[in-house]
Design a protein around this ligand. Sequence first.
Ligand SMILES: Nc1nc2c(ncn2[C@@H]2O[C@H](COP(=O)(O)OP(=O)(O)O)[C@@H](O)[C@H]2O)c(=O)[nH]1
Ligand SMILES: [Mg+2]
Length: 155
Amino acid sequence: MKKSNHPKIAIVGRPNVGKSSLFNRIVGSRKAIVEAASGTTRDRLHADIKWKGKTFTIVDTGGFEHAGKDDIARLILRQLDTAIEEADIIFFVTDVTAGVVHQDMELSERLRKTSKSIYLVVNKADHESSVSKGMEFFELASVIPTSSRLITAQA
Ligand SMILES: Nc1nc2c(ncn2[C@@H]2O[C@H](COP(=O)(O)OP(=O)(O)O)[C@@H](O)[C@H]2O)c(=O)[nH]1
Ligand SMILES: [Mg+2]
Protein backbone atom coordinates (compact mmCIF):
# COMPACT_ATOMS: atom_id res chain seq x y z
CA MET A 1 0.00 0.00 0.00
CA LYS A 2 1.14 3.52 -0.84
CA LYS A 3 2.62 5.30 2.14
CA SER A 4 0.86 8.48 3.24
CA ASN A 5 0.66 10.49 6.40
CA HIS A 6 -3.11 10.30 6.63
CA PRO A 7 -4.67 8.19 9.36
CA LYS A 8 -5.52 4.78 7.89
CA ILE A 9 -8.82 2.99 8.31
CA ALA A 10 -8.84 -0.74 7.52
CA ILE A 11 -12.15 -2.48 6.83
CA VAL A 12 -11.77 -6.05 8.06
CA GLY A 13 -14.18 -8.93 8.52
CA ARG A 14 -14.99 -12.37 7.20
CA PRO A 15 -16.11 -12.79 3.58
CA ASN A 16 -19.54 -11.59 2.46
CA VAL A 17 -20.39 -9.31 5.40
CA GLY A 18 -20.44 -6.25 3.11
CA LYS A 19 -16.92 -4.82 3.48
CA SER A 20 -16.68 -3.82 -0.19
CA SER A 21 -20.21 -2.39 -0.15
CA LEU A 22 -19.33 -0.23 2.83
CA PHE A 23 -16.03 0.79 1.25
CA ASN A 24 -17.85 1.84 -1.94
CA ARG A 25 -20.47 3.70 0.03
CA ILE A 26 -17.91 5.58 2.08
CA VAL A 27 -15.67 6.33 -0.91
CA GLY A 28 -18.69 7.30 -2.99
CA SER A 29 -17.92 5.16 -6.02
CA ARG A 30 -17.97 1.55 -7.06
CA LYS A 31 -14.28 0.98 -6.79
CA ALA A 32 -14.52 -2.33 -4.96
CA ILE A 33 -16.24 -5.29 -6.54
CA VAL A 34 -19.35 -6.41 -4.71
CA GLU A 35 -20.72 -9.85 -5.44
CA ALA A 36 -23.35 -12.05 -3.88
CA ALA A 37 -20.88 -14.94 -3.82
CA SER A 38 -17.87 -14.47 -1.60
CA GLY A 39 -14.41 -14.53 -3.12
CA THR A 40 -14.65 -11.62 -5.52
CA THR A 41 -12.50 -8.97 -3.88
CA ARG A 42 -9.42 -8.98 -6.08
CA ASP A 43 -6.93 -6.96 -4.08
CA ARG A 44 -6.70 -4.67 -1.19
CA LEU A 45 -8.18 -1.40 -2.42
CA HIS A 46 -7.52 1.94 -0.89
CA ALA A 47 -8.81 5.46 -1.36
CA ASP A 48 -8.43 8.82 0.33
CA ILE A 49 -11.60 10.24 1.84
CA LYS A 50 -12.37 13.51 3.58
CA TRP A 51 -14.41 13.66 6.74
CA LYS A 52 -14.89 16.81 8.79
CA GLY A 53 -12.01 18.47 6.95
CA LYS A 54 -9.62 15.62 7.72
CA THR A 55 -8.23 13.19 5.17
CA PHE A 56 -8.18 9.47 5.87
CA THR A 57 -6.94 6.58 3.77
CA ILE A 58 -9.51 3.79 3.80
CA VAL A 59 -8.64 0.23 2.83
CA ASP A 60 -11.00 -2.58 1.78
CA THR A 61 -9.30 -5.79 2.81
CA GLY A 62 -10.52 -9.06 1.37
CA GLY A 63 -7.82 -10.40 -0.89
CA PHE A 64 -7.76 -13.59 1.13
CA GLU A 65 -11.14 -14.47 -0.30
CA HIS A 66 -9.27 -15.88 -3.28
CA ALA A 67 -7.74 -18.58 -1.15
CA GLY A 68 -8.78 -22.18 -1.21
CA LYS A 69 -10.81 -23.30 1.79
CA ASP A 70 -7.87 -24.77 3.69
CA ASP A 71 -5.84 -21.61 3.34
CA ILE A 72 -8.54 -19.22 4.44
CA ALA A 73 -7.90 -19.24 8.17
CA ARG A 74 -4.15 -18.80 7.75
CA LEU A 75 -4.53 -16.03 5.16
CA ILE A 76 -7.18 -14.21 7.16
CA LEU A 77 -4.80 -14.08 10.06
CA ARG A 78 -1.93 -12.86 7.91
CA GLN A 79 -4.10 -10.24 6.27
CA LEU A 80 -5.46 -9.15 9.58
CA ASP A 81 -1.96 -8.80 11.00
CA THR A 82 -0.96 -6.59 8.07
CA ALA A 83 -4.16 -4.56 8.31
CA ILE A 84 -3.71 -4.08 12.04
CA GLU A 85 -0.07 -3.14 11.58
CA GLU A 86 -0.76 -0.53 8.91
CA ALA A 87 -4.03 0.88 10.25
CA ASP A 88 -4.72 3.50 12.87
CA ILE A 89 -8.44 2.76 12.92
CA ILE A 90 -10.16 -0.56 12.22
CA PHE A 91 -13.74 -1.08 11.06
CA PHE A 92 -14.55 -4.65 12.07
CA VAL A 93 -17.54 -5.55 9.90
CA THR A 94 -20.06 -8.28 10.75
CA ASP A 95 -23.43 -9.34 9.35
CA VAL A 96 -26.51 -9.03 11.55
CA THR A 97 -28.46 -11.50 9.40
CA ALA A 98 -25.91 -14.23 10.14
CA GLY A 99 -25.45 -13.34 13.81
CA VAL A 100 -22.15 -13.82 15.61
CA VAL A 101 -20.29 -16.70 13.94
CA HIS A 102 -17.08 -18.49 14.82
CA GLN A 103 -14.94 -16.46 12.41
CA ASP A 104 -16.20 -13.22 14.00
CA MET A 105 -15.14 -14.52 17.40
CA GLU A 106 -11.69 -15.40 16.06
CA LEU A 107 -11.23 -11.98 14.49
CA SER A 108 -12.43 -10.26 17.62
CA GLU A 109 -9.95 -12.20 19.78
CA ARG A 110 -7.19 -11.13 17.47
CA LEU A 111 -8.29 -7.50 17.37
CA ARG A 112 -8.55 -7.40 21.14
CA LYS A 113 -4.77 -7.71 21.33
CA THR A 114 -4.17 -4.39 19.59
CA SER A 115 -4.39 -0.90 20.98
CA LYS A 116 -5.70 0.51 17.67
CA SER A 117 -9.14 2.14 17.63
CA ILE A 118 -11.66 -0.50 16.67
CA TYR A 119 -15.26 0.07 15.63
CA LEU A 120 -17.58 -2.93 15.44
CA VAL A 121 -19.83 -2.40 12.42
CA VAL A 122 -22.91 -4.62 12.39
CA ASN A 123 -23.92 -4.43 8.74
CA LYS A 124 -27.04 -5.52 6.82
CA ALA A 125 -29.16 -3.88 9.51
CA ASP A 126 -31.76 -3.02 6.86
CA HIS A 127 -34.79 -3.32 9.10
CA GLU A 128 -35.92 -2.15 12.52
CA SER A 129 -35.95 -5.79 13.62
CA SER A 130 -32.19 -5.90 13.05
CA VAL A 131 -31.73 -3.78 16.16
CA SER A 132 -32.80 -6.55 18.53
CA LYS A 133 -30.88 -9.18 16.55
CA GLY A 134 -27.85 -6.90 16.70
CA MET A 135 -27.87 -7.10 20.50
CA GLU A 136 -25.98 -10.39 20.42
CA PHE A 137 -23.01 -8.54 18.95
CA PHE A 138 -22.56 -6.72 22.24
CA GLU A 139 -20.71 -9.85 23.39
CA LEU A 140 -17.95 -8.69 21.03
CA ALA A 141 -17.98 -4.94 21.64
CA SER A 142 -20.18 -1.84 21.42
CA VAL A 143 -22.09 -1.85 18.18
CA ILE A 144 -22.49 0.50 15.21
CA PRO A 145 -25.45 -0.76 13.13
CA THR A 146 -25.22 0.01 9.41
CA SER A 147 -26.84 -0.96 6.17
CA SER A 148 -24.74 -0.30 3.10
CA ARG A 149 -27.82 -1.14 1.07
CA LEU A 150 -30.07 1.32 2.85
CA ILE A 151 -27.49 4.08 2.85
CA THR A 152 -27.01 3.50 -0.86
CA ALA A 153 -30.76 3.61 -1.44
CA GLN A 154 -31.00 6.94 0.36
CA ALA A 155 -28.13 8.52 -1.56
N1 LIG B 1 -29.20 -6.76 2.78
C1 LIG B 1 -27.98 -6.22 2.70
N2 LIG B 1 -27.06 -6.78 1.89
C2 LIG B 1 -25.85 -6.20 1.85
C3 LIG B 1 -25.50 -5.06 2.61
N3 LIG B 1 -24.20 -4.77 2.37
C4 LIG B 1 -23.77 -5.68 1.48
N4 LIG B 1 -24.75 -6.54 1.16
C5 LIG B 1 -24.68 -7.68 0.22
O1 LIG B 1 -23.82 -8.70 0.75
C6 LIG B 1 -23.11 -9.34 -0.30
C7 LIG B 1 -21.61 -9.27 -0.04
O2 LIG B 1 -21.21 -7.93 -0.09
P1 LIG B 1 -19.68 -7.52 -0.28
O3 LIG B 1 -19.62 -6.04 -0.12
O4 LIG B 1 -19.13 -8.10 -1.55
O5 LIG B 1 -19.02 -8.26 0.99
P2 LIG B 1 -17.46 -8.54 1.32
O6 LIG B 1 -17.18 -9.93 0.87
O7 LIG B 1 -17.38 -8.43 2.82
O8 LIG B 1 -16.67 -7.48 0.62
C8 LIG B 1 -23.55 -8.64 -1.60
O9 LIG B 1 -24.59 -9.39 -2.17
C9 LIG B 1 -24.07 -7.29 -1.11
O10 LIG B 1 -25.02 -6.72 -1.97
C10 LIG B 1 -26.52 -4.49 3.47
O11 LIG B 1 -26.33 -3.51 4.19
N5 LIG B 1 -27.73 -5.12 3.47
MG1 LIG C 1 -15.13 -7.66 -0.71
